[in-house]
Design a binder for this molecule. Sequence first.
Ligand SMILES: Nc1ncnc2c1ncn2[C@@H]1O[C@H](COP(=O)(O)OP(=O)(O)O)[C@@H](O)[C@H]1O
Ligand SMILES: [Mg+2]
Length: 263
Amino acid sequence: MVVANQKGGVGKTTSTVNLAAALAQLGQRVLVVDLDPQGNASTALGVEHRRGVPSTYDALVDGQPLAEVVTVCPDLPNLSVVPATIDLAGAEIELVSVVAREGRLRRAIHGHPQVGSADALGEDRFDYVFIDCPPSLGLLTLNALVAGEEMMIPIQTEYYALEGLSQLLETVDMVRAHLNPDLSVSTILLTMVDARTRLSAGVADEVRQHFGDQVLKTAIPRSVRVSEAPSYAQTVMTYDPGSPGALSYFEAAREIAMKGARP
Ligand SMILES: Nc1ncnc2c1ncn2[C@@H]1O[C@H](COP(=O)(O)OP(=O)(O)O)[C@@H](O)[C@H]1O
Ligand SMILES: [Mg+2]
């Protein structure tokens, strides 16, 4: 599941870590690949990401096996993480001269012994792999789109929400035509919904009209506990499981799990 939107601050990282945590709490085995040099997902999941820590960069640029750079989220044993260090900022440029530069992440992920079909791997495999993308449409995000089967676009319900979306969807079409025919935009998640404003509701309606069933029924409300959790190196799912944000992410995770269970 590639979590992408080239706009910053729309809730990509927050949604990635909380959905991953919720699915792990539901008993699923989950891997989060932090693909943003800022390393915000790594912070929220409580894993080290200072320079020198084995990271996404090593797998992507140096071809180190993913299994060697994976670590486990301290709060949730079912949740594994590939942290991102600031080195990843250079990868965007370093990858330009590398062969098959768009396919590096796909190779790395598919090379992991716990990634594959249930038939081949049984109990031990990851049920979900999430990739948290940086806020741009460069080579890093392109690598994610080539690696994934599904894509989730978080949309913040505010005035400029739909701006840039057509460019994002054109990029997806391009990737599907030339690099990854299996990619589908399976999931759209409305984030930071403010029930008190008419604008927020209006944007939500517009997105639902345009995208229909792709939009999860559950929307994520703006909630201060959600934004506090990362400063305690936690997801809101462990920081305050009864808060409205956590309950919504739990519900959204159930929807995703139900979709995945369809034949
Ligand atoms: N539901 C929410 N309620 C309150 N704050 C939120 C919520 N979702 C995200 N935020 C905050 O909004 C900011 C941007 O979210 P983030 O997930 O980092 O976006 P992105 O990864 O798309 O840049 C962060 O400070 C985050 O804590
Ligand atoms: Mg982010």
